[in-house]
Design a binder for this molecule. Structure first.
Ligand code: SAM
Length: 328
């Protein structure tokens, strides 16, 4: 191998290592990224002919671009790490405020009946027919996460599960774990449990943005794990029934690299943390997993400016992974 080619490959590998580390730290599928990236080393002859001399070294166009982008990238990475540390701190503080902080002595759990919070969070299980068996089971585990978040809250919300009489209920009833749950279970459909004027159906497709919560209302979450194969089904239901609907203010606070349709438990937990903190940003960053690429709005532009070239390559890789992980 010619000396210049050897030097180029070495420096390319060093940059890949940086990116690999970055991706690893973000909990992404580092292997996938690196495999893909390594593929590009093999393909890296493009631009070779147009290369230039630098310090007696002949560099390809690609390598020159990498070196030019390196200071921006390092700056971006430094900021990203600082932001991550801050996010962790905020998350800890928000969990503490929601009564979910780490404490030496376990705080006594408050039952829904003893809670000052009268806000109703309702999961509508009317979509059993749209789920395969595996997704029904996943839906039950999401209900469990909702339950756990509510139980840990200082002032639990009023957790209802309605339309809960189909095959998913059969799976639920077959497990003794749920027998003593502090939750309101209803086989009846939503309209028989909640007055029409109290319903606010949560759906990502709504143009109405939720700004604050009203504890005289019931906020409804579609009990559906469908990997968005039934896009807009809850929105269609709310429109057909003439129910009020709203979306979470994600666009207003968060730049997401992946879809804004969240899982049942994430929506539920966001509502619980928001109720405790009255801070949407805190609620989103406490609950939305980092792999979804959530970034605070004000960080977005700065990062965009800094993250040209190589960084964009990494983000594209990341968003591929994230899209596949949604609704898991
Ligand atoms: C996995 S989603 C169901 C997606 C389903 N394909 C649909 O279109 O309704 C589960 C539920 O979470 C709630 N949800 C998810 N993302 C939301 C958002 N950005 N704003 C408001 N509600 C959301 C909705 O109630 C939704 O029915």
């Amino acid at each position: 191998m010619a000396e210049t080619e050897g030097a180029e490959l070495e420096s390319t590998v060093a940059v890949k290592e940086e990116l690999k580390q970055e991706v690893k730290e973000d909990g992404m599928a580092a292997e996938d990224t690196v495999d893909h990236e390594e593929g590009s080393i093999d393909d890296g002859n493009e631009g070779e002919e147009n290369g230039q001399e630098e310090g007696g070294e002949k560099l390809s166009k690609r390598e020159l671009k990498r070196r030019a982008n390196m200071p921006k990238y390092l700056e971006y990475r430094k900021k990203k790490r600082a932001d991550e540390r801050q996010r962790k701190k905020d998350r800890k503080a928000a969990l503490k405020a929601a009564g979910q902080g780490e404490t030496m002595v376990k705080a006594p759990r408050r039952k829904m009946a003893e809670s000052d919070c009268k806000l109703r969070l309702v999961v509508d299980m009317a979509f059993d027919d749209l789920m395969v068996e595996r997704d029904r089971r996943r839906c039950i585990s999401q209900l469990t996460y909702c339950y756990s978040a509510n139980r840990k809250a200082d002032q639990p919300t009023q957790y209802h599960i309605v339309g809960f009489g189909g095959p998913t209920r059969t799976i639920y009833d077959s497990n003794d774990t749920y027998v003593n749950w502090d939750v309101h279970l209803h086989r009846e459909p939503l309209e028989e449990v909640v007055a029409k004027e109290d319903i606010v159906y949560l759906t990502a497709e709504s143009d109405n943005v939720l700004t604050e919560l009203d504890d005289s209302k019931a906020y409804i979450i579609g009990g559906l794990v469908d990997h968005n194969s039934h896009k807009g089904v809850c929105f269609a239901k709310a429109q057909e029934k003439g129910w009020a609907h709203a979306r979470l203010p994600i666009d207003e606070f968060v730049k997401m690299q992946s879809r804004k349709v969240l899982t049942v438990n994430h929506v539920f937990e966001i509502m619980v943390v928001y109720w405790a903190t009255k801070d949407w940003e805190k609620a989103f960053f406490t609950v939305i997993p980092q792999r979804k690429g959530a970034m605070k709005k004000e960080e977005e532009e700065a990062a965009d400016e800094q993250a040209s070239g190589m960084v964009e390559e990494v983000e594209q890789e990341e968003s591929t992974v994230k899209t596949e992980e949604i609704s898991a």
